[in-house]
Design a protein around this ligand. Sequence first.
Ligand code: HEC
Ligand code: HEC
Length: 153
Amino acid sequence: MNMKHTILIAALLAAPTVQASGGGESFAATQPKWKAECSSCHIAYPPKLLPAASWKTMMGSLDKHFGTDASLDAAATTEILAFLEKNASRRKPEPSAKPVLRFTETRWFQSEHDEVSARLWKDPRVKSPSNCAACHTKAENGDFNEHNIRLPR
Ligand code: HEC
Ligand code: HEC
């Protein structure tokens, strides 16, 4: 390889990688076991919505999961926890004695949604903020990009 080529390749390797999604954060990490086991009652909430400590606490108490029993065998629990921790939020957790389990109550979630009116959150087609797919049409694919939001009207 001559000198000119070597320099060209080095320049290409050094070029910053461009995000395909156009600004919005990516929540697209996926894993088959997680997708299968965590999407029967609500969409499989992306790992990036909570920090690792929160996932650890949640996966350690699936038998008491928000008033329901979502327990799994030990192997599945370990496999899913590893995926969640690896792709967890790196945002500094909010100061509190216990890890947050409901990301919909975090300041981050509330500020991303400050333009959603109280009336809309209670609309019968939305029911609750945890019902992501009521507005994010591609929530099931971990796509929360603003271009794929349709507010019920
Ligand atoms: C048997 C049904 C069921 C299964 C299975 C289940 N969940 Fe849930 N989950 C719930 C219910 C019910 C809530 C509370 C929903 C609400 O109050 O709006 C919830 C809430 C949550 C929340 C908090 C959402 C918020 O409002 O901030 C997270 C995070 C969550 N689940 C993660 C998981 C993970 C991870 C798994 C797989 C290991 C899982 N869930 C499997 C029933 C389930
Ligand atoms: C009532 C409709 C509605 C519901 C339900 C809803 N969202 Fe949103 N979401 C919005 C709107 C509106 C925005 C703001 C878009 C903007 O700023 O342009 C938004 C923004 C976001 C963003 C930031 C997107 C970006 O690219 O900056 C994320 C992430 C997000 N929502 C996640 C969720 C998750 C996860 C859930 C379910 C737990 C959810 N949302 C439920 C309406 C909703």
